[in-house]
Ligand binder design. Structure first.
Ligand SMILES: [Zn+2]
Length: 364
């Protein structure tokens, strides 16, 4: 990897390159943009350029010096990545507290030992609770000259205004699906159909596409949900409650089954996790309905996301009238909003499923 390998973020990378070329990098950057679009990857490449002993002519990291290789292996003594502990980035992660490992920011007063800079990368700055965020302010205000901060967050509003005002903001955008598909195929060696499928589900986030493509459990889960979608199309309304139960079960991520969240707040983790899982399951049902719509509008030869399921999709499309397919897509979006507003997951999926099953009078 190098800055040149960051895909679909030309404007952000150009901003950073210009600052590097002028030797005028701000001491605190805030990278904002949706999850998985490349903020943390860019932050790491930026750190490599800062630490590299022999930058290339176009100002990129060489990739082979000791600093470059140690950063790539996540073993550089002066580059610290800070990721949340569970749901939050906590005060004891930053500053030493009894009963915890040493806080990472306790190294601030010490000059770097291996490279010219000491760099702190907050991969999810939005997860800092107020205590952590406030404790960072002083460091952001008057950092030692050899210190660089990079904070990543989904938006400007996701961090305290006092933090925002101390950082230079760089915006990252969603990457077009085609760009992601080409990248997965050319750089990651995926087959064209796998690349297209993973990119279609990535919502503009190459990181998410790669994770989908490289995690067999997630692929299996997607296949399970698509099979469930086919069964919804073949089911009478009376089966809706059973199907809703199956959807909630199938929505659970394979790795998380049986695991319990570490923190509890005013609502149970179980409810919140279930809503998040179901929202991701809705992405899959929505993509499946997009294919149904393509067939209903353009016939059985229409280009599809789920090419390998064409026969089943054609059969399913025949069970619905066109207007119900479009209504189902709206239903899926409506339930995404319900879930975001803390709806009860069980009740919501049951009501949703009653709407999704074919009404009488399909086109065959
Ligand atoms: Zn290097």
């Amino acid at each position: 990897m190098a800055l040149a390998d960051i895909i679909g973020q030309d404007a952000a990378v150009a901003t950073i390159r210009t600052a590097l070329a002028r030797d005028a990098v701000p001491q605190s950057y805030l990278f904002v943009g949706p999850d998985g679009v490349g903020k943390a990857a860019t932050a790491l490449e930026y750190a490599r350029v800062l630490e590299c002993r022999q930058r290339t002519q176009d100002g990129d990291a060489c990739g082979v010096c000791a600093n470059c290789t140690r950063i790539a292996a996540d073993q550089h003594p002066d580059v610290t990545r800070i990721v949340p502990d569970g749901e939050f980035t906590r005060i004891w992660q930053l500053w030493s507290r009894p009963g915890h490992p040493p806080g990472v920011l306790e190294t601030l007063p010490f000059r770097p030992v291996a490279g010219p800079q000491r760099i702190y990368l907050f991969e999810k700055a939005e997860t800092m609770n107020e205590e952590s965020a406030n404790s960072l302010l002083k460091a952001l205000e008057e950092p030692p000259p050899y210190v660089q901060f990079v904070l990543c967050a989904p938006s400007r509003n996701a961090v305290l205004p006092t933090i925002l005002s101390r950082c230079q903001v760089v915006r990252f955008r969603q990457v077009p699906t085609d760009t992601i598909a080409v990248w997965l195929e050319k750089k990651k060696g995926l087959s064209p159909s796998e690349a297209r499928l993973a990119a279609a589900y990535a919502q503009g986030a190459p990181g998410r596409a790669l994770r989908l493509a490289e995690t067999p459990e997630l692929r299996e889960q997607r296949e399970g949900l698509l099979t469930l979608a086919e069964r919804i199309a073949q089911s009478p309304g009376i089966a809706a409650f059973k199907l809703a139960e199956e959807l909630r079960a199938a929505a659970k991520p394979p790795a998380a089954k049986g695991k319990k969240g570490a923190d509890s707040s005013e609502e149970s983790d179980g409810d919140r996790t279930a809503r998040g899982d179901i929202t991701r399951a809705l992405d899959i049902l929505t993509a499946w309905h997009d294919d149904l719509l393509a067939i209903a509008l353009r016939g059985p030869e229409a280009p599809l996301v789920h090419e390998e399921r064409r026969a089943a999709l054609v059969k399913s499309a025949a069970r619905y009238r066109l207007e119900q397919i479009t209504e189902n897509v709206e239903t899926l979006f409506a339930f995404r909003r319900h879930l975001a507003r803390n709806a009860n997951a069980q009740l919501a999926t049951e009501v949703m499923m009653l709407k999704l099953v074919p009404r009488k009078g399909g086109s065959t």
